[in-house]
Design a protein around this ligand. Structure first.
Ligand SMILES: NC(=O)c1ccc[n+]([C@@H]2O[C@H](COP(=O)([O-])OP(=O)(O)OC[C@H]3O[C@@H](n4cnc5c(N)ncnc54)[C@H](OP(=O)(O)O)[C@@H]3O)[C@@H](O)[C@H]2O)c1
Length: 339
């Protein structure tokens, strides 16, 4: 098949391009050429900025693809533009969405695709709006559409996501045996998806009629707690057994308003999504890369690319731990005094 990936050099889209080439497809990627990750396979590239909708439309005019995989569409206007550009001359459109569209899912675990989405952040609301544009195109017969709602995805090309959010400095602290903060009691449930596994699932769907008109959760294979996640990372990179400090999410968010949007939006909740529908329709799909191996590869990439990492916030952990200690010491002292 002739396949276009919008994106193509990102965390998931780069292994996706390589996977599709290995499967014998002719792959073209569309991006601005800013992301430095290189391909290990022969791939055609179209340069452009997808935020410039007029230019995007012009560039795509006259080009035909059997499948288009839009990895980065994130606004209603972009989704509508895709629909105008690709309807009627593209066999299949795959849109990469996010489990963040569900919002808080505490009463439906593992969350299935039928759960009514109530997104929290503006970005997740826009992703849901994109989904609706694409599904309307499917209903009206203008496009054959498949939607993947990705869960937390990791791999070389992007720093490991910590409980507090990106770049909270967990790896650095684990290696040095310093305590790390985890929200709540560390019992929040999560799944982690390795980027190459995500790529293989999406590749299996390309051109696959069984998936047309469907939405799939695409998440990691195992359900673990945040404490276990941290312990597994430490073991994978040969760090000492982690010293974990539990601080309530409310307290963290009050001490640092606006600093941890991902904690406020998702990590404070269980993030567990059912993969049953995906297994039903793509029975060949298997997660192939174990968590510890994925962690080692990701941390090796982080070590080799310090300039690509956001500035570390590792001292945040010390700040919150000392404030938490001060509060609990004060309460204990007060309790003792009143006994
Ligand atoms: N990672 C996660 O944990 C997670 C969780 C849920 C959902 N998702 C979803 O997964 C998708 C991300 O996939 P990904 O990691 O492969 O991609 P990504 O890293 O987010 O996107 C980067 C790709 O898009 C290109 N790009 C970015 N802005 C562009 C623009 N304005 N015009 C043209 N190209 C542009 C980049 O190349 P240039 O910079 O060179 O242009 C690169 O090829 C998103 O839809 C996201 O919502 C991810």
């Amino acid at each position: 098949m002739k396949i276009l990936i919008i994106g193509g050099t990102g965390l998931v889209s780069r292994p996706l391009a390589s996977t599709l080439v290995r499967q014998g497809h002719h792959v073209t990627v569309f991006n601005r050429g800013k992301t430095g990750l290189k391909h290990d396979a022969p791939i055609d590239t179209i340069r452009g900025d997808r935020n410039n909708l007029g230019e995007f439309q012009q560039i795509m005019a006259g080009r035909e693809f059997d499948a288009v995989i839009d990895m980065i569409c994130s606004t209603t206007a972009q989704a509508q533009c895709d629909q105008r550009v690709f309807a009627g001359r593209t066999g299949h459109l795959i849109f990469c969405s996010t489990v963040a569209v569900y919002g808080n899912t505490q009463t439906n675990i593992p969350t299935t695709e039928g759960h009514i989405p109530i997104p929290i952040s503006a970005a997740a609301k826009e992703k849901l709006s994109c989904e609706r544009v694409f599904m309307e195109a499917q209903r009206s017969g203008r496009l054959n559409v498949t939607i993947f709602r990705l869960g937390e995805t990791f791999g070389p090309g992007s720093p490991l996501l910590d409980n507090l959010g990106p770049a909270s400095g967990c790896i650095e602290r684990l290696r040095r045996g310093l305590p790390v903060v985890i929200c709540g009691d560390g019992n929040g449930l999560k799944q982690s998806l390795y980027c190459e596994d995500a790529a293989r699932a999406i590749a299996l769907a390309a051109g696959n009629r069984r998936t047309w008109g469907e939405i799939y959760n695409l998440t990691g294979p195992d359900i673990i707690t945040w404490d276990q996640h941290t312990q597994k990372i430490a073991a994978a990179i040969g760090a000492p057994v982690p010293r974990i400090y539990h601080i309530s999410t409310d307290m963290l968010l009050k001490m640092a308003p606006g600093r941890y949007p991902i904690l406020a939006e998702s990590h404070r909740f269980h993030c567990v999504y059912s993969g049953d529908k995906l297994r039903r329709d793509l029975p060949q799909f298997r997660h192939a890369v174990p968590f510890d191996e994925g962690v080692r590869r990701t941390v090796a990439w982080m070590d080799a690319n310090p300039a690509l990492l956001p500035p570390s916030r590792h001292s945040d952990h010390d700040r919150w731990i000392s404030r938490f200690d001060a509060v609990t010491d004060g309460i204990r002292a007060g309790n003792v005094a009143t006994q």
